[in-house]
Design a protein around this ligand. Structure first.
Ligand code: ADP
Ligand code: MG
Ligand code: MG
Length: 247
């Protein structure tokens, strides 16, 4: 599904990703852990096509296509979903309006018919119910005044509606209480644990991995994957720190 080979990227002339290689197959969940400033978020942004985060070397294919040649919108339409560490607030636009436009613009790009207001509302309500999110929150301006946990649940509702092939979730667990963490973990499993889907889970902590069992755990340090293992690697990192385990 995703093939990253020797990826290099710089921000403001400073090289952040320094030859990163990673293969993610359909059906797999990969966790990426690593110290602050290692380049984890940068990897997510480069893959998502965020302006200013351009690759300077290497290659990335997504479903066989050259991802780095695609616009951010084309990447999303092709099934790539990027969950942000700090979800954006959009005053004046309701959650339903925003989500419907996000979904329908992707459907149009794929040559599929957009969903009507009624069809979309049914889908959005079902996803909100599944996440335990109050239906009223669908009418509120996007993320405005939402608590950290509500923003993350909202992001899971968004992911459920968009139904991506590959979700890249950056510190989706940061600042969540136990109930929200559980809801988000269950949401990831329900929406993304399927033979034709995959997840790249960027996280600082083992605790989300108690809910979403990764098939592979990678350590990203100084712009490269320095170590790969199974779920036990995350436990070892939590116990011993990056310095000891990755050395
Ligand atoms: P991580 O997510 O692993 O904590 P980041 O990808 O956020 O790391 O950052 C990697 C490095 O890139 C850090 O040294 C950070 O200071 C730098 N960096 C990130 N964004 C910018 C930016 N917009 N301008 C300059 N440097 C940046
Ligand atoms: Mg960070
Ligand atoms: Mg980060």
């Amino acid at each position: 599904m995703l093939n990253i080979t020797d990826l290099r990227a710089e921000i403001d002339g400073k090289e952040i990703l320094k030859g990163l290689s990673l293969t993610v197959n359909a059906g797999e969940v990969h966790a990426i852990m690593g110290p602050n400033g290692a380049g984890k978020s940068t990897l997510g942004y480069v893959l998502g096509g965020r302006p200013g985060y351009d690759a300077t070397g290497g290659s990335v294919t997504f479903g066989g296509a050259d991802l780095l040649e695609m616009s951010a919108h084309a990447r999303a339409a092709a099934g790539l979903f990027l969950g942000f560490q700090y979800p954006v607030e959009i005053p004046g636009i309701s959650n339903v309006q925003f989500l419907r436009e996000a979904l329908n613009s992707q459907r149009r790009a794929r040559g599929e018919a957009p969903l009507s207001g009624g069809e979309f509302l049914k889908l959005a309500r079902a996803q909100a119910d599944a996440l335990g999110m109050d239906q009223e929150m669908l009418k509120r301006p996007v993320n405005v005044g939402f608590s950290g946990g509500e923003k993350k649940r909202n992001e899971m509702v968004q992911m459920g509606i968009i139904a991506p092939k590959l979700a890249i979730l950056d510190e989706t667990d940061s600042g969540l209480d136990i109930d929200a963490l559980k809801a988000v973990g269950e949401g990831i499993n329900r929406i993304m644990r399927a033979p034709d889907k995959a997840v790249l889970l960027i996280t600082h902590y083992q605790r989300l991995l108690d809910y979403v069992q990764p098939d592979f755990v990678h350590v990203l340090e100084a712009g490269r994957i320095t170590r790969t293992g199974g779920p036990e690697l995350a436990h070892a990192l939590e116990r011993e720190g990056y310095g000891v385990v990755a050395a």
